[in-house]
Design a protein around this ligand. Structure first.
Ligand code: SAM
Length: 269
């Protein structure tokens, strides 16, 4: 049975707004990520940043507020996801779309505080993955957060083939290529990574939105069985989900939302 509810956003503090993402037609990958690394390592408080995830997150925010915008999840949506982690206490988290490591640092440290063991962050760009690895190391999270270079599908399959992800995970966070959310969730389902208690968090449900993903996580088992028969990529339609839409803000101040989905179990199991 799937249910959904909208939650009104709390207010956005404009003094914390990131600068415009768009610079000369580019939204990322124009050198700003390496400039961020220089900014952090030349920070006057670098010694206080070492081993302090919270201070590193605020320094990343300061760069994005004063130099150039970054496509991080940001503080507003990030706090909602951190609360989900504190509540569900996942032992293992899989993130798809790591960028420069903001969410991996924020959620990896939340997972560690909640007693979790391992956070895998899959990132397609080797350059962004290198920036993230360096910042994760600076945050003192090297043993908890592991960056995997590849597309979501490549990363999931490699982690499975290497034996690192072979059983049910506690949480998956989707923040990568929007059309790949559904296919990559279905891959996780086929590999047995989703089960009772797994929580799925998907970003950018308004900006730009993701109707096929929302349709899949909100459909009944019966409807998913019919959808799966006709689909090229098969999932596990027997997984029962309970899903809700949670409104919040992008770090720029624009309204956005997360889809937060809990797996209630497997029908017939
Ligand atoms: C919105 S950013 C992720 C932001 C990050 N989660 C955060 O909040 O700090 C999206 C990232 O997904 C990566 N990406 C794009 N397509 C991908 C794919 N198919 N698989 C994995 N990563 C992908 C991009 O390179 C980019 O770094």
């Amino acid at each position: 049975m799937a249910a959904s509810s909208a939650v009104e956003p709390t207010s956005f503090d404009p003094s914390k707004a990131y600068k415009e993402w768009e610079v000369n037609g580019k939204y990322f990958g124009d050198g700003r990520e390496v400039a961020l690394l220089d900014y952090i390592y030349n920070h006057p408080d670098i010694e206080q940043l070492r081993g302090n995830p919270e201070k590193i997150l605020r320094a990343i925010d300061a760069f994005a507020q004063s130099v150039t915008g970054l496509i991080n999840i940001g503080e507003n949506k990030g706090v909602i996801v951190s609360d989900v982690i504190a509540q569900h206490k996942p032992e293992v988290v899989l993130e798809l779309g790591g960028y420069i490591g903001f969410s991996a640092i924020m959620f990896g440290s939340a997972m560690k505080r909640a007693g979790g063991k391992q956070y895998y962050s899959v990132e397609k760009s080797p350059l962004f993955a290198a920036v993230a690895t360096s910042l994760i190391d600076l945050a003192g999270l090297r043993d908890t957060v592991r960056v995997v270079v590849g597309t979501g599908a490549e990363g999931i399959q490699r982690l499975y083939d290497n034996g690192l992800l072979r059983s049910q995970i506690g949480m998956a966070f989707f923040d990568h290529h929007k059309p790949s959310y559904t296919a990559d969730l279905k891959l996780c389902e086929r590999l047995g990574l989703i089960g009772k208690g797994t929580v799925l968090v998907a970003d950018n449900m308004i900006l730009p939105g993701n109707p096929p993903y929302v349709e899949w996580v909100r459909a009944s088992v019966e409807d998913k069985r019919a959808m799966d028969k006709a689909a090229q990529e098969k999932g596990n339609p027997n997984l029962q989900y309970n899903s809700r839409f949670v409104k919040s803000f992008e770090p720029s101040g624009m309204e956005d939302a997360l889809e937060i989905t809990e797996c209630l179990g497997i029908e017939g199991a």
